[in-house]
Design a protein around this ligand. Structure first.
Ligand SMILES: *[C@@H]1O[C@H](CO)[C@@H](O)[C@H](O)[C@H]1NC(C)=O
Ligand SMILES: *[C@@H]1O[C@H](CO)[C@@H](O)[C@H](O)[C@H]1NC(C)=O
Ligand SMILES: *[C@@H]1O[C@H](CO)[C@@H](O)[C@H](O)[C@H]1NC(C)=O
Ligand SMILES: *[C@@H]1O[C@H](CO)[C@@H](O)[C@H](O)[C@H]1NC(C)=O
Ligand SMILES: *[C@@H]1O[C@H](CO)[C@@H](O)[C@H](O)[C@H]1NC(C)=O
Ligand SMILES: *[C@@H]1O[C@H](CO)[C@@H](O)[C@H](O)[C@H]1NC(C)=O
Ligand SMILES: *[C@@H]1O[C@H](CO)[C@@H](O)[C@H](O)[C@H]1NC(C)=O
Ligand SMILES: *[C@@H]1O[C@H](CO)[C@@H](O)[C@H](O)[C@H]1NC(C)=O
Ligand SMILES: *[C@@H]1O[C@H](CO)[C@@H](O)[C@H](O)[C@H]1NC(C)=O
Length: 850
């Protein structure tokens, strides 16, 4: 604003300066310079015009405030206010740098209404104030370029990216965001948001008199445990992180950086006590709310009182007591619940058993734990709890460690999924009952499953007897889901004799029709299934190479009709794969059913499957890093298509190296959909009584509980990644000290030696950054908790973008031999082959696992 100072400029120079001033906005105020309010007021503008600093009046309020708002978007939301308590009543305000080097805001009477208020010992008062593209307003000492003061350290109600929310657990100092008093009044309101300095760090929203309104749940170094839908993808996009270890003053801070810098994101404490996450939508030109807290009734702090659990899906209202507890007062949940049976240590008698622990799953961990994070073992954690009579619960959380509660459990919430497990201490008589009922239930289930199995077997036998009739080409009587439209069958001498319309449970599925090959054609193409033409054996029968009359090469998967095994998988494969089209999925050309013969005809893959290359010492070198990375990306795309982009949502359930085929150009194609499952649009997890898949690739929740979701495929993909990178089979390391390839990879990863995992044959030529990123992503994919694994969209994003902020993986404990866990009992059944556990066996596995 030089023109206002220079009064003695000649006329042409004045014009020049005026034009200059109006065409380039300034981002800096210098010593002796002024930023004036008034009719010619022009705010300071950051270099990229992202933020502006100047004077404004909120809404209808007449008062003038100095503030920062967004620059080049339509809704210029205010993110910072300097003189929030002292508005200037007219347009006479001036911002300048005073003689002592402070930023000062003066009103028309030259009275300071706001100041940066730094007492400086240094005599160099030559300073400039600059508005940056992050929204930070900095006061910088010119000679040393030191930042003397910054608005990010004195926030108002908005948490911007790059801002550091500091907390000092020792001194209790914390930096909080304080709401406005009302929509048009920036003076401090009743609500604030900040990091809670007690226990494991968490974000807390406070109300009047420092009462808690909401909390995020403890930070576990990847997510806030109390925000179950803070999925890894969003976490990845926000790049939330807690600094660690504490700095020299003992402070730590939270910060976040969106991986896409063009996304405008802010967290704001509203005047009515709600915290909102807002994102700028460039299409609608509006700020859209992404999350708010508290959002549901159960998000409200301690809604159901001590030892009460809030569950939005509760049958009798949202509140209930933890098992073994009863309400203190009926109809007033704020008084919480109390224990029904005293603990052993409270009763001072010796004839009762040791106290037991009831495990609550998928809950928001209670507030105010006593930090015991150093303990490295869940068993120690439990012992520590049992030793102290005031201990009410404990848990062991990856990324935090042992957590113990020595007081009432407050702010417990039941989530639908996600969250953490909590072990609540109860007298043994309270647990005993539930153990008995559990056993009864399990026995009942076992008997039921057995009876059902026998019934199904009988039914199937009967059905088979009736089905021997249809033997002519193109018809299949046994596969009841596939109905052949015989009107389309014409000449049995051509390759195609007709087409099938696919039906699922009697309803035609809208798909392009699948050609039917006549058996004669296949016999001729494969030279009567000669041994030389056998390519290998899949799960349910041999696969042959064939050449059709027109020269097209095909692969024929033949299911021997006599065995009866695999019929379901076969049908499944037809139904699924006929509908899928993607360059990274193997293509089905048609099928053939005649009498007992059931065959699927695929495009031929001249380079066989990936395991022929990466596990073969002679060929490993042929697949260099560039090719391996391309293969990894291809598999990821194919899988993403299955999970998300195809019209059906499909879980493959048997992803492994031998199911990745390679075409002539070494493009990877996922094959073998025999075990895949279709998912409903909003169904996220399913339970199966029949666990099928390949050991070494099965995720813990699937192997143990038969639970499968897209995340089980992500787990298998993680294993696949490690195998492709290392050229070693996951199971090949089972006997060594690391238990498995995953254990070994984790060991190297945590010791900063990940490079050593890369196949020695290609190590010299590999792109180290890419390889390390792949290993990092693999470690994220093989985490024990399905919720923490990224989905395929996130995986692909992480693989292909070069952002430095990948989330920190947790130690995969599932395959290591170090854990004393019943998981290992089951998992020691080492087999790299197909493995099917019958329904009875899997039920007993579940019993073992609990
Ligand atoms: C405020 O101070 C400036 C110089 O620092 C002076 O020119 C101006 O007259 C003063 N205004 C009032 C109202 O005192
Ligand atoms: C400046 O700081 C001093 C003490 O550090 C304090 O007493 C005073 O109120 C502050 N002034 C302003 C305008 O914030
Ligand atoms: C803040 O809380 C007090 C009571 O503690 C209340 O009187 C006042 O109206 C509240 N202010 C706002 C802006 O809600
Ligand atoms: C808040 O605290 C003040 C004094 O500390 C007290 O007078 C007031 O009643 C409290 N308000 C509430 C809502 O608890
Ligand atoms: C606060 O205001 C926001 C937006 O106006 C609204 O969505 C939210 O429900 C309000 N919260 C409360 C507690 O009134
Ligand atoms: C932005 O707004 C448009 C129009 O309202 C909407 O269709 C789109 O989904 C929004 N984008 C995001 C990322 O929310
Ligand atoms: C519920 O209990 C709390 C705490 O004991 C008490 O302050 C409140 O008045 C009670 N409310 C009702 C409706 O009885
Ligand atoms: C527990 O029992 C011992 C001996 O039976 C007795 O000395 C002690 O006072 C009792 N403590 C409590 C809290 O009842
Ligand atoms: C049990 O926990 C309480 C509360 O933290 C503590 O004061 C007490 O010293 C502990 N007792 C033992 C024996 O550790």
């Amino acid at each position: 604003m030089r023109i206002f100072r220079k009064t003695l400029v000649s006329f042409p120079l004045f014009i020049f300066l005026f034009l200059y001033e109006s065409s380039t906005a300034q981002d800096t105020i210098r010593r002796g310079g002024f930023l004036r309010d008034g009719s010619t007021h022009k705010p300071l503008v950051s270099p990229q015009k992202t933020f502006e600093l100047g004077f404004f009046s909120p809404g209808s309020s007449p008062g003038r405030y100095l503030g920062i708002w967004y620059g080049n978007i339509e809704d210029k939301a205010v993110v910072w206010v300097a003189n929030r308590e002292n508005p200037i009543s007219d347009r006479s305000g001036v911002l300048t740098i005073s003689n002592d080097g402070n930023l000062v805001l003066l009103n028309g009477q030259n009275i300071t209404v706001w100041s940066s208020n730094i007492t400086s010992t240094n005599n160099d008062n030559n300073r400039v104030g600059s508005i940056l593209d992050t929204g930070n307003f900095e006061l910088i000492e010119v000679s040393s370029e030191r930042v003397i003061w910054e608005s990010f350290n004195h926030p108002t109600d908005t948490f911007l990216p790059h801002m550091r929310v500091r907390v000092n657990p020792q001194t209790g100092d914390n930096l909080a965001f304080v709401s406005w008093r009302s929509e048009n009044d920036p003076s401090p309101g009743n609500f604030s948001l900040g990091v809670d300095p007690s226990g494991a760090p968490e974000i807390v929203l406070w109300g009047r008199n420092n009462t808690r309104r909401w909390r995020s749940g403890q930070w576990n170094s990847a997510i806030f445990t109390g925000i179950p839908n803070m999925a890894l993808l969003t976490n990845y996009l926000y790049g939330f992180k807690l600094s660690s270890p504490p700095d020299e003053t003992g402070s730590v801070y939270f910060t976040y950086v969106p991986s896409d810098p063009s996304v405008l994101l802010r967290f704001k404490v509203l005047h009515n006590g709600t915290e909102e996450e807002l994102r700028w939508n460039e299409t609608s030109k509006r700020w859209t709310k992404f999350q708010a807290a508290p959002e549901s009734e159960c998000d409200k702090y301690n809604r159901c009182g001590s030892f009460g659990i809030c569950d939005m899906r509760g049958d009798n209202g949202i509140c209930s007591c933890v098992k073994g507890y009863e309400p203190v007062s009926l109809g007033n949940w704020s008084r919480g619940c109390r224990r029904r049976t005293p603990l052993r240590c409270e009763r001072n008698v010796s004839n009762v058993g040791e106290d037991e622990f009831l495990t609550l799953k998928s809950v928001k961990l209670p507030d105010f734990e006593t930090p015991e994070h150093s303990l490295a073992d869940p068993e120690d954690c439990k012992d520590r709890c049992l030793k102290n009579c005031s201990c009410t619960a404990f848990t062991f959380v990856n990324g935090i460690g042992c957590m113990i509660w020595n007081q009432d459990l407050v702010d417990l919430q039941q989530f639908e999924a996600g969250g953490s497990s909590l072990h609540v201490r109860l007298a043994d008589s309270e647990i005993g009952e539930s153990k008995k009922t559990k056993i009864v239930v399990i026995v009942a289930v076992l008997v039921g499953v057995l009876l059902l199995g026998i019934f199904a077997l009988l039914l199937w036998r009967c059905k088979r007897k009736k089905d021997v009739s249809g033997t002519y080409c193109g018809h299949d009587a046994d596969t009841s889901v596939v109905v052949v439209d015989m009107t389309k069958a014409k000449d049995t001498t051509t390759a195609f004799t007709g087409s099938v319309d696919i039906m699922i449970e009697g309803k035609a599925v809208n798909t392009s029709e699948l050609p039917v090959f006549c058996l004669k054609v296949i016999v001729k193409a494969t030279n009567d299934f000669s041994r030389e033409n056998e390519l290998g054996r899949g799960g349910f029968g041999p696969v042959y190479k064939g050449v059709l009359e027109d020269g097209q090469e095909i692969a024929v998967k033949r299911l021997s009709g006599k065995s009866g095994q695999g019929v379901d998988e076969f049908k499944n494969e037809i139904i699924l794969i006929a509908k899928l089209q993607h360059r990274n999925l193997v293509r089905l050309l048609g099928c053939c059913f005649e009498g007992e013969e059931k065959m699927l005809v695929y495009e031929y893959m001249p380079n066989k499957s990936l395991d022929f290359f990466i596990f073969d010492e002679m060929k490993q070198e042929l697949v260099d890093w560039k090719l391996r990375f391309a293969i990894i990306e291809g598999i990821a795309r194919g899988l993403l298509y299955l999970h998300r982009d195809s019209r059906l949502r499909i879980i493959h359930r048997d992803l492994k190296v031998s199911n990745v085929l390679l075409d002539g150009e070494m493009n990877p194609k996922i094959s073998d959909f025999g075990m895949a499952r279709i998912f409903g649009g909003n169904q996220n997890e399913a339970n199966t009584v029949r666990v099928v898949g390949t050991y070494g690739y099965m995720s813990p929740e699937y192997a143990m509980e038969g639970l499968f979701s897209v995340k089980s495929d992500v787990y298998s993909f993680g294993v696949l990644l490690l195998e492709i990178i290392s050229g070693k089979r996951n199971t090949s390391l089972r006997a060594s000290e690391h238990g498995s390839l995953i254990g070994y990879a984790w060991f190297l990863y945590t010791h900063g030696r990940s490079e050593e995992l890369v196949d020695p044959k290609i190590r010299a030529t590999c792109n180290k950054r890419e390889a390390l990123r792949c290993i990092h992503v693999a470690m994220l994919c093989v985490q024990d908790s399905a919720a923490e694994r990224p989905n395929m969209a996130a995986v692909l994003l992480m693989l292909e973008s070069d952002t430095p902020t990948l989330p920190v993986p947790r130690q995969p404990t599932f395959t290591t031999s170090t854990r004393r866990n019943s998981m290992d009992v089951n998992f020691a059944l080492d087999s790299s082959q197909q493995y099917i556990v019958s329904s009875n066996e899997i039920t007993s596995t579940v019993v073992l696992g609990r």
